[in-house]
Design a protein around this ligand. Sequence first.
Ligand SMILES: Cc1cc2nc3c(=O)[nH]c(=O)nc-3n(C[C@H](O)[C@H](O)[C@H](O)COP(=O)(O)OP(=O)(O)OC[C@H]3O[C@@H](n4cnc5c(N)ncnc54)[C@H](O)[C@@H]3O)c2cc1C
Length: 535
Amino acid sequence: MVEDKARFDYIVVGAGSSGCVLANRLSASGQYKVLLLEAGGPDTNPWIHIPLGYGKHFTNKAVNWLYNTTPNPEWVNRPVKQPRGKVLGGSSSINGMVYIRGHAEDYNHWRQLDNPGWSYEDVLPYFRKAQNQERGEDEFHSVGGPLNVSDVYEPHPLADAFIDAAEAAGHPRNNDFNGADQTGFGYMQWTMRNGRRCSAAVAYLKPARKRANLFIETRAHSTRLLFDGRRATGIEYVQGGKTKTAHADGEILVSGGAYNSPQLLQLSGLGPAGHLRDIGVDVVADMPDVGRNLQDHFNIRMVYRCNRPITLNDAVRHPIRGAREVANFALRRRGFFAMGASVAAGFFKTDPALATPDIQVGITLFSAEKIGERLHPFPGISFIVRLLRPESQGTIMARSADPFEAPAIRPNFLHAPRDGEAIARGCQMSRKIATTGPLAEYVEAEHIPGDDVVSDAQMLEYLRHNGATSFHPVGTCRMGPDDRAVVDPRLRVRGIEGLRVADASIMPRIVSGNTNAPAIMIGEKASDMVLADNN
Ligand SMILES: Cc1cc2nc3c(=O)[nH]c(=O)nc-3n(C[C@H](O)[C@H](O)[C@H](O)COP(=O)(O)OP(=O)(O)OC[C@H]3O[C@@H](n4cnc5c(N)ncnc54)[C@H](O)[C@@H]3O)c2cc1C
């Protein structure tokens, strides 16, 4: 444990997807003393590393912040679970391991919003630097990086049928969602190495842990940034019931994720002045947009009852098959235990006039009444239908000055009418795939939402009552060139010296895909900027 009042060159708050990258890259030369503070514990729970363990972490407070949304009218006033990793690796230690970067046009849009250095051409080298693509190197992919990207280990007849059915329904095939074109259907790629999760902690911290200049403190909850005027000079944190401080001669990098980074800034006096005063926090700088611009991928699960016992639901119910799965994983690292959340997916447009896909649908080889609950007692698969480019935006606001109280999370999903229309249409188009030739041969019936939900209007009503999040919150410490932006395009907090935010919260707009690879890319790019600006 580091001593109270210790001094460092860099302090990184949060050992998640972005924070692990920063800790590794900033300490690599041996020149700088780096402190990494993580509120959660070490990643020693074996289920973190067994891919199928993903399902166990939704309700496990040992590794999860277990947040909930604040009920709002569009959601018929029901709270919705918001899991976030609270452990070394952050959300990359509890996520579904899907490796998707988003659309090239997402990043070109960031650049058009006047953020130099963030076009697709600019960020591609950082995706490549991070990556060890098992398929080998090409224009879009690289080998030799810390983050292992694997193919789905074994094809599955239901995934094959899903892709074939999509093709029969008029969609193209796509063998690489991170390649030249995102559109189409195909198998996923996963952040796994030899059937084990490759979290940011495994990829970036494990190889750096023994460095004499890297100090990793777990169960160390950062409670407040310390300032000398407008310069961030240190951090206060609570560890083992004791309040300690650490001081940075260089910079402090806040990488607490899209919910916790804005909360920490607000509790430190950086945020909407009126709100800060209301909750009893002294204002250091009035920054109205800290905690605004929250975006996430609204989603809905559709469940299909199958006519053959070849899903995970069947394997867990059948003792001999279950034992075979255990042996298959123990001996070969294959089978259901080595499976990410989704095995195959598709990207498509709900309106041909759109420039890029607005829906992602993924297939999982299991089903349950609710996510994280017991699997169905019948063969089942699920479609996860996700709205990729939502117009609705929400907020994260500290509820009080207490750093241990969860922030108020208001995603405002479906606030923009277009969002509801698009995802309702996306569900109907996904339905067609389930009832088309190759997949229809396996599908007995639609269990969720079921035959009662027919029209788009009924679908929208169903979505309001049952929709959820894809666990991709971003944007709450928005990067931009304008005065209200929280960070500038070099991720420096506006008007404050020695402080940057580097994690998914800096995205000006959500990307059209999953958000782990982008958060890792942000960590890579931020590391380069920090080192360049301090030399
Ligand atoms: C259940 C789930 C499934 C997902 N599935 C996928 C998927 O399949 N593919 C994909 O690409 N993305 C997926 N995601 C999203 C992806 O994992 C996240 O977008 C990404 O990990 C975010 O990275 P981050 O660095 O911004 O934050 P995080 O990885 O969440 O890291 C933040 C870290 O900061 C720590 N922290 C926060 N506050 C403090 C504090 N005050 N003091 C000290 N430490 C603090 C946290 O404990 C955490 O470790 C999923 C997410 C979840 C939760």
